[in-house]
Design a binder for this molecule. Structure first.
Ligand SMILES: Nc1ncnc2c1ncn2[C@@H]1O[C@H](COP(=O)(O)OP(=O)(O)O)[C@@H](O)[C@H]1O
Ligand SMILES: [Mg+2]
Length: 317
């Protein structure tokens, strides 16, 4: 391929749009650089009021399986965030029951580093979860904005994430989808809260052919056992925390990047990542103070021994 190529394809279904764009960024030796972007957008006809109580105001974000709205709780007169699941999940009765159980377990978690779940409901075809509204931004966006965190800044955030996830582990709940998109931060105070406990576990009950890549997609943060399709344990969450810390301290690099999720899964199982200190010499060696040993604890989860062993987020802090 010797000329720049741009391709854009779009399909419009009854309740969703797909857009595929492809850009050729030129050649270096025999290597050709292609950026392929596949975007899925699910349209929902949303009522503006759910269960006569939650007035939807604006969209806060869209993930693979849900849309999150800022809303007003008319009963208690406060702002909340309402996560409305895609209709194809909401209509499956066994998923609805599983989701209710997971929401109930998450609602019992009360910790300063966990987003509080207030309510759960079904209005006509819309299955939704009501939670504390977090002003600010998610950690993925923050990582992209900041480019690189100072070691102490990254550790302050990571200690909060471990506080919330360690508490959930002690309560018998594994998160299963630890990724920076599920860490909500409120700058400038630097408060971090973890969200979406148990939702991934509920989703795992849906048969694989009903799940698309986009829906079941955090493969960059999956532990080796999750990548192999085995059940996650508290140690799986710790492995994913290690990946988040790696990303924060290396200017947004991920330890494993591959063209498809099968190759990514193989890398998680078999490969050892480039040491983060190679990209960021400011990362100290372990053993000198509390911060440095907590850093080493999180990174050791990125070795396969760490994830297969009995690590818990509480053990890092
Ligand atoms: N409780 C909340 N308060 C404020 N914003 C939120 C809240 N929960 C989610 N969001 C926003 O909605 C976005 C989409 O969330 P979600 O559907 O869980 O997808 P994902 O976790 O894959 O980004 C998040 O990235 C975040 O910006
Ligand atoms: Mg989320």
């Amino acid at each position: 391929m010797d000329s720049d190529l741009d391709l854009y394809l779009s399909t419009r279904g009854c309740d969703s749009d797909w857009q595929l764009s492809l850009k050729h960024y030129g050649c270096l030796g025999k290597a050709s650089f292609l950026i392929v972007n596949l975007h899925y957008n699910h349209r929902m006809e949303m009522p503006s009021l759910l269960n006569d109580r939650y007035q939807l105001q604006e969209t806060l974000g869209t993930g693979g399986m849900a849309v999150v709205y800022k809303a007003k709780d008319l009963m208690l007169e406060r702002n909340v965030a309402v996560k409305v699941l895609r209709e194809d999940f909401s209509k499956d009765p066994s998923f609805r029951e599983r989701f209710r159980q997971e929401a109930r377990a998450a609602a019992n978690l009360s910790h300063p580093n966990i987003v509080t779940v207030h309510d759960f409901g079904l209005d006509q075809r819309h299955l939704f979860i009501v939670m504390e509204f977090m002003p600010g931004t998610d950690l993925k966006t923050l990582t992209k904005q900041k480019e690189q965190f100072q070691v102490h800044e990254a550790l302050e955030l990571m200690i909060q994430a471990c506080g919330g996830i360690g508490y959930a582990h002690r309560a018998g709940l594994v998160h299963c989808d630890v990724k920076p998109h599920n860490m909500l931060t409120t700058p400038p105070e630097g408060r971090l809260k973890v969200t979406d406990f148990g939702i991934a576990r509920a989703l795992s009950t849906i048969s694989p052919d009903e799940r698309s890549e986009v829906v079941w997609g955090s493969p960059h943060y999956f532990s080796p056992e999750q990548a192999s399709g085995r059940p996650p344990s508290p140690a799986s969450d710790v492995y994913s925390l290690g990946i988040i810390l790696y990303e924060m301290l290396t200017g947004g690099r991920l330890p494993f990047v591959a063209a498809d999720s099968a190759e990514l899964a193989r890398m998680h199982r078999e490969e050892t990542p480039v040491a983060p200190r190679y990209y960021n010499p400011n990362i100290p060696r372990a053993g000198r103070d509390h911060y440095e040993s907590s850093l080493e604890g999180a990174f050791s989860a990125l070795s396969h021994r760490g994830s297969a062993g009995g690590a818990s987020a509480a053990g890092i802090i």
